[in-house]
Design a protein around this ligand. Structure first.
Ligand code: DAH
Length: 345
């Protein structure tokens, strides 16, 4: 009997010493497992006489129940402890200071695009959006750059199935916008009356097979187009000079219209700017291509080039952003590094 009491007590101690469920299961095995102490006692009954078996058996059973009870209680206690610990760990300290959520901001190129749109809006220009996947017609042929034209070689791009391509410039928007404008005012044109002028800018993403510190395979352009009955190169100079001086907040900014060639303009000019002061002062910096819209392009817009004329330009908002903020590597704009981007908040 005393042996059994001692056994129960040592089981209780072993269970109390177990501080994890795994330890407890190990302790249980030592008493109640297949070769556990209680189990071995049961096996020993086989050698006893029927009378002894009955007495001993009953006593061992009582001891076994006591061990099982102790085990059950300890299991519950461990589970309670675990729950209490978990509740404590997950409790909310409402007196802690809040976590700061840094304010977001627009991407520097988006800031530039917004700025461009605002300035041209103030000069009465609409803003048009067009597809980045273009047809050969709009990207090249309608812009007086037919198949085999040498100017195409400077516009290597990405082709998609079905013969379309990722537009190499925003110039196709000249045609798209003008054609829909002409369609809207066809009745006036048919009646020989004057059509409202086309005055539009078209900002957006453009693509070329190019990649280094100043070229990215995806970049931005902003097209400009003003077509009317008497819009000339002089108007281009006024509008673009006004734009640049406003954009860079410098009334003394100098512009240079350098003769150049584009198939869709005649004459054509590259536009360079020079800052009067600051780190870039004294250098000519190219910011846009431009020119008087070619008669063939006016015709492709559905207009009579004898009556309608105007100018177009295409500028690089990425370049403008680099110049405005003094950024020297274009790739920084497209890496998505928050340390760089957060400086423009
Ligand atoms: N599309 C030309 C380019 O990407 C830029 C350009 C030049 C646009 C002259 C124009 C223009 O509208 O008149 O190289």
């Amino acid at each position: 009997m005393n042996d059994l009491n001692a056994l129960v007590m040592s089981a209780q101690t072993a269970f109390a010493d177990a501080h994890t469920q795994a330890d407890l299961e190990n302790a249980k095995a030592r008493f109640l497992g297949k070769t556990g102490l209680v189990t071995e006692l049961m096996k020993g009954l086989a050698t006893l006489s029927p009378v002894e078996k009955k007495v001993q058996g009953a006593a061992i059973n009582l001891a076994k129940q006591a061990v099982e009870l102790a085990l059950g209680q300890r299991r519950q206690a461990l589970a309670d402890d675990e729950l209490a610990y978990q509740l404590k760990a997950e409790s909310l300290d409402v007196s802690l200071p809040g976590r700061l959520r840094p304010p977001g901001g627009l991407h520097p190129v988006s800031l530039t695009l917004e700025r461009i749109e605002q300035i041209f809006d103030s000069m009465g220009f609409e803003v048009a959006q067009g597809p980045e996947i273009e047809t050969d017609w709009y990207n090249f042929t309608a812009l007086n750059t037919p198949q085999g034209h040498p100017a195409r070689s400077m516009h290597d791009t990405f082709y998609v199935e079905g013969g379309c391509l990722l537009r190499t410039h925003t110039s196709p928007m000249q045609i798209r916008h003008a054609v829909s404008h002409v369609k809207r005012h066809q009745a006036l044109l048919d009646a020989g009356q004057a059509m409202p002028e086309i005055r539009v800018i078209a900002p957006g993403r453009t693509y070329r097979v190019d990649s280094d510190a100043t070229h990215s395979p995806m970049f931005h352009q902003c097209e400009g187009l003003w077509i009317g009955e008497n819009i000339s190169f002089k108007d281009l100079k006024v509008v673009f000079t006004d734009f640049c001086r406003t954009f860079f907040e410098s009334a003394d900014l100098v512009l240079r219209f350098r003769p150049s060639f584009f198939p869709f303009t005649e004459p054509s000019a590259e536009i360079d700017i020079q800052f009067p002061s600051g780190p870039l002062a004294g250098r000519w910096l190219e910011v846009a291509g431009s020119g008087q819209v070619h008669p063939q392009v006016v015709r492709n817009m559905g207009l009579d080039p004898e009556r309608y004329m105007g100018f177009a330009f295409g500028m690089g908002p990425d370049r403008l952003t680099m110049l405005r903020y003094g950024v020297n590597d274009l790739r920084l704009f497209f890496d998505g590094d928050i340390r760089f981007l957060s400086q423009f908040r």
